[in-house]
Design a protein around this ligand. Sequence first.
Ligand SMILES: Cc1cc2nc3c(=O)[nH]c(=O)nc-3n(C[C@H](O)[C@H](O)[C@H](O)COP(=O)(O)O)c2cc1C
Length: 187
Amino acid sequence: MSLLKEIESRRSVRRYRDLPVSREQVMEILEAGRLSLSGSNTQPWRFMVITDPQKKSAVVKADNDQEWMLQAPVFIACLADLKSRQHEAPVPENTLETSPDNLVKLVIRDTAIAVSFMILQAEHMGLATCWTGWYDQREMRKALGINDEYYVSGILTVGYGAESPDPRPRLSMEEILLSDDLSAERK
Ligand SMILES: Cc1cc2nc3c(=O)[nH]c(=O)nc-3n(C[C@H](O)[C@H](O)[C@H](O)COP(=O)(O)O)c2cc1C
């Protein structure tokens, strides 16, 4: 399948089959994140692979009790390491969702790129994912057992999907393409 077709067919999946996902499969997904791109090649992404039922429950509780997540055999916690740009500015203390700090924006931006790559790699492997982010940083850090040097960019559920949701609407090309010099060339 072409890459664009895979991007088109990907969905956020919230129902999973009772089938395991191997460590090799997870490592392949993580490899896509590892090879991702970042400003100044900072590579601020860090990951935690979670399969332990107790840890999963703690994560789900922090993630607004989204019980459906527990069906997925694997969670990947996707973290931005706030120290990765400390040569530019000191690590902000207790960074939360409300932080106006540009450093924080940069590491979250770059981590999101890696997560997107991983989602597409999973799709390519026939696995389903859902990026979740319905939590308070403090509560999710506690659930993950990490300190405030990390910003939790998302918790990715990974497994074999048990649903094929309809596509969610997207803005049209006209709405998002603000200018296009190439179209003028055609006239
Ligand atoms: C940063 C982020 C956070 C999200 N958090 C949640 C979440 O907590 N729970 C959930 O069910 N879906 C969550 N989603 C999935 C979005 O709802 C979904 O991507 C969007 O509705 C488009 O649907 P699609 O992914 O199937 O195309 C999140 C997506 C992103 C990118």
